[in-house]
Design a protein around this ligand. Structure first.
Ligand code: FES
Ligand code: FES
Length: 154
């Protein structure tokens, strides 16, 4: 049995220590806002925050999350990330009508929040670098960039 803290709540999970955190979040805790894309750390669909930093939960064994604060998109929806960047990014995503199919968007938002939190005035290059690991099959990149700039001005 492992204890992990997700969205400010402790959860005891009966899984093998090397189980990817993504499986635990989605299958055990039933928080399905975080998506499975490639399973290989390449697409960013599974991005969550680990002590405030974006990580690929498909590539992180759950045992590595013991003792850490994990925040998922559900935590963003519940305003558990108190940084102003989280609210600004959420509002900007709506204002700029970013999502198309939506599949990649929780990962995009988690990466964008971390970027604006650590760099309140990102340049185009900063945005490209920070978001380069989040792929979007629908090609919403221009709207993502615009929304990050909108959030950074908020
Ligand atoms: S599902 Fe984790 S990076 Fe693609
Ligand atoms: S909005 Fe469809 S994959 Fe990004």
């Amino acid at each position: 049995m492992l204890t992990i803290k997700v969205n400010d709540q402790q959860h005891e999970v009966d899984v093998e220590p090397e189980t990817p955190l993504l499986w635990v979040i989605r299958d055990v805790l039933q928080m399905t806002g975080t998506k499975f894309g490639c399973g290989k750390g390449l697409c960013g669909a599974c991005t969550v925050h680990f002590n405030g930093n974006p990580v690929r939960s498909c590539s992180l064994p759950v045992e590595a999350a013991v003792g850490a604060n994990i925040t998922t998109i559900e935590g963003v929806e519940e305003n558990l990330i108190v940084a102003p960047s989280a609210k600004a990014v959420k509002q900007a995503w709506v204002a700029e009508n970013v999502p198309q199919c939506g599949y990649c968007q929780s990962g995009q938002i988690m990466s964008a929040i971390a970027l604006v939190k650590s760099n309140p005035h990102p340049s185009d290059d900063d945005i490209d670098t920070a978001m380069s690991g989040n792929l979007c099959r629908c090609g919403t990149y221009q709207r993502i960039k615009k929304a990050i700039k909108t959030a950074a001005k908020a």
